[in-house]
Ligand binder design. Sequence first.
Ligand SMILES: Cc1cc2nc3c(=O)[nH]c(=O)nc-3n(C[C@H](O)[C@H](O)[C@H](O)COP(=O)(O)O)c2cc1C
Length: 350
Amino acid sequence: MPGLAGAALPLLRLLPPETAHHLTLRALTLGLVPPPGSAPDPLLRTTLWGRDFPNPIGLAAGFDKNAAVPDAMLGLGFGFVEIGSVTPLAQAGNPKPRVFRIAEDGAVINRLGFNNDGLDLVAARLAARSRRGIVGANIGKNRDSPDAAADYEAGIRAFAPLADYLVVNISSPNTPGLRDLQRRHEVTALLERLLAARRAAAPATPPLLVKIAPDLTVEERADLADVALTSGIDGLIIANTTVARPPGLRGVHAHEPGGLSGKPLFAPSTALLAEMYRRTKGRVPLIGVGGIASGADAYAKIRAGASLVQLYTALIYQGPGLVERIKSELAALLRRDRFASVAAAVGSGG
Ligand SMILES: Cc1cc2nc3c(=O)[nH]c(=O)nc-3n(C[C@H](O)[C@H](O)[C@H](O)COP(=O)(O)O)c2cc1C
C-alpha cells in the first residue's frame, strides 16, 4: 500500500487488535486512506442476481459491523462490501480482550459476540448514503432474544429497502445456541418465516443468503444443501470462522476460545465450498470466504465453485493494498488459463 496506510501498518500491529481496528475505521472515516487509482479490469466484471459487480472480491462481514465506512471500502477497490452482523438492539458483546492476532499463522481468533450499534442506527447510516456500489447487510440475533426468527425478521424489514443483498448469519460461534439454527428442522422453519418477511418487504426483495459454519457434520452439510436447493434462498456464504484448531498453530493465543479465521481456515473452508458446490449441482450461487490472502487463493475458491469471494483477516496483515494486488493476480490467472470471464471459471476446478 502506498503512503500513509502502508506506513501505518507496522504501528497498528503494535496495538491491541480492537484498538488498531478502531483507529483504522477512524482513518477511513476521515478519508486518510487513499484510493488505489488503478483502472478497473473489465475481465473481472461479473453479474449475479441481476446485479453487476465490478469485480468478485468482497469485504467479509465483521470489518464494518456498523456501516461506518462502506463507501470508503468500496473506494479501496472491493467489488462489494458486506456490513454487519447487526442485531435488532445495540449490544456490547463479550468482555475484552476478545480479538487475538496469531501473526505466525496469518490468523485471528475472535469472540466478539455481535457487538454492534443495532438496526435503527445502522439502517439510518445506510439510508444516508448515495447507494453507489454494492453493499450487502448481514443480520444476527440479540444474545438474550427469546425469538431468533423475530430478530432476523426485523433485520430483513430494516435492510430490505437499503441493501443489495441480505445475509442470515446462523454460523457465528460466539452467540450461544446460534449455530443450532443450522439444523434441518430449525433452518427450514426459520427460512420459511424469513422468506415470507422478504416477500412482505416488496417491492424491495433483495437476494437472501445464508452464511454457514465450516464445522458441520456430513448430515448437516447434506441437509443444508437440500435446503439451499428447495427453500427459495438465493445463495450460501461459505464459511464463517471455525471453532476447530487445526494442528500446528503456533501463536500463543492459538487456544483462546472463539472463531478462528485467516490462513488456517483456507483449506477447510475451500473443501466445504467444493463439497457444497457439488451437492447443489452448481445451481445455487456460492460466496467463498475463509483464508483468502492472494489472487491464487481467490482463484482457487472460484474454481471450487464460488461466484464471488470475500476476505477480512488478510487485510489485517497485508493492509488495503491487498485488494488491488488480489485483483491483478486473479485477472492474470484467468488470462493464463484463457477464461473469458470470472463466471466461466466458477466450478472449473472440480
Ligand atoms: C474480527 C472478526 C469479526 C467478525 N465478525 C463477523 C460478523 O459479525 N458476522 C459474520 O457473519 N462474520 C464475521 N466474521 C467472519 C468473517 O466474515 C469471515 O467469514 C471469516 O473471518 C473468514 O474469512 P477470513 O479468513 O478472510 O477472515 C468476523 C471475522 C473476524 C476476524
